[in-house]
Design a protein around this ligand. Structure first.
Ligand SMILES: Cc1ncc(COP(=O)(O)O)c(C=O)c1O
Length: 348
């Protein structure tokens, strides 16, 4: 019964009714906009003087076609980061409920919980960076409402085992969020097909990675209609702006380009992995199903700083749980990857 998991105040909430809920066309004198136009040139004739569609209908239709799911299961956010925050606010009572986070993983789950004054329970991933079903389920407390799982996981870059994740979904009475920000790099491993079997599953994805649109801030969730409606209920009325929405509509008609990016980045990744493996100071290069590589190297912090001084910026993950001396590098252009390797070899 996912209905029982929702905070009472959210269930009872009377949402803001925005002017554009009922009418998107006509003589629009209902939203205190500027009917004369906008001060900048509205290049794509988007009517930037008008508020966007709060129901995100066009976007949802186009994405539903791409994903082969119902529009009723789709919600767009200002990055998937917004959706992470909204989910916590729907299900977790501040100071009372908790969220379980297998670590090391993406840092925003904990930050979003901290902002909302919601307790987090950290459970270690096992030595292969997989969720351990037993340890995870034992750590669940009476008021644990959400488990965040990230597949492929950031910063370890591996996909989570389907079998383990499904066992967690089936044995946890709360909501399981699977963050698929990097799934485009191995899309066949998505959990989307599991949605029909599990009402407590929420999948989040983003246009920030494979689609190359980090700058426009857009992510989306695929979830049961009840949860999707709650996201619509509590979001800011016009969360998704027209410039972003327009770019997403265009992006969804350019799936081939996205797939081509994925092909190039995956092949660059394979090359980079084998190059890194040939460097003797590198103790381990972890397998990757994402657009970045995690590797373990002696004196990681020093290496990180020296690279930065040379103008090559990667991420030091040494302070995360069980990631001592680990660095994470994003796959760049072929030229950037070469320069990274050259500088790294020079430093060592
Ligand atoms: C696992 C994971 N989820 C979500 C995000 C954020 O995505 P967005 O840009 O859609 O907010 C990131 C960004 O690095 C990420 O690594």
């Amino acid at each position: 019964m996912i209905e029982k998991l929702v905070r009472k105040n959210i269930l009872n909430l009377i949402p803001y009714t925005s002017a554009r809920d009922s009418f998107l066309e006509g003589i629009l004198l209902d939203a205190n906009e500027n009917s004369l136009g906008s001060v900048i040139v509205d290049e794509h004739n988007l009517q930037l003087n008008r508020y966007p569609d709060p129901a995100q209908n066009k976007l949802r239709e186009k994405l539903a076609d791409y994903l082969n799911v119902s529009t009723k299961n789709l919600f767009f956010g200002v990055g998937s980061d917004e959706i992470i925050d909204l989910l916590i606010r729907i299900f977790c009572e501040p100071k009372k409920d908790s969220v379980l986070i297998p670590e090391p993983t993406y840092g925003m789950y904990k930050v979003a919980c901290d902002v909302n004054d919601v307790k987090t329970i950290s459970v270690p991933l096992n030595k292969n960076f997989q969720v351990d079903v037993k340890t995870t389920l034992i750590a669940v407390e009476k008021n644990t409402k959400i488990i965040f799982l990230c597949s492929p996981n950031n910063p370890t870059a591996n996909l989570l085992s389907k079998k383990n994740v499904i066992q967690i979904i089936e044995n946890f009475k709360g909501i399981v969020v699977i963050d698929e920000a990097y799934i485009d790099f191995n899309e066949s491993q998505s959990f989307i097909s599991e949605l029909k079997n599990h009402r407590n599953l929420v999948i989040t994805r983003t246009f920030s990675k494979a689609w190359g649109l980090a700058g426009i801030r857009c992510g989306f969730s695929i979830a049961d209609e009840f949860i999707t409606n709650l996201l619509f209920k509590i979001k800011a009325p016009y969360n998704l702006n027209k410039l972003t929405a327009n770019a997403i509509l265009e992006a969804l008609s350019k799936v081939k380009r996205k797939n081509n990016f994925v092909k190039i980045l995956n092949s660059e990744k394979d090359k980079l992995i084998s190059e890194l493996k040939s460097i003797k100071q590198i103790q381990k290069v972890f397998q990757s199903d994402a657009n970045f590589i995690l590797f373990k190297i002696k004196n990681a912090t020093e290496v990180y700083k020296k690279l930065a001084a040379e103008g090559v910026i990667i991420r030091n993950r040494s302070n995360q749980l069980n990631l001592e001396n680990c660095l994470r590098v994003s796959i760049g252009t072929p030229k950037e990857n070469k320069e990274f390797l050259t500088k790294l070899k020079e430093i060592l």
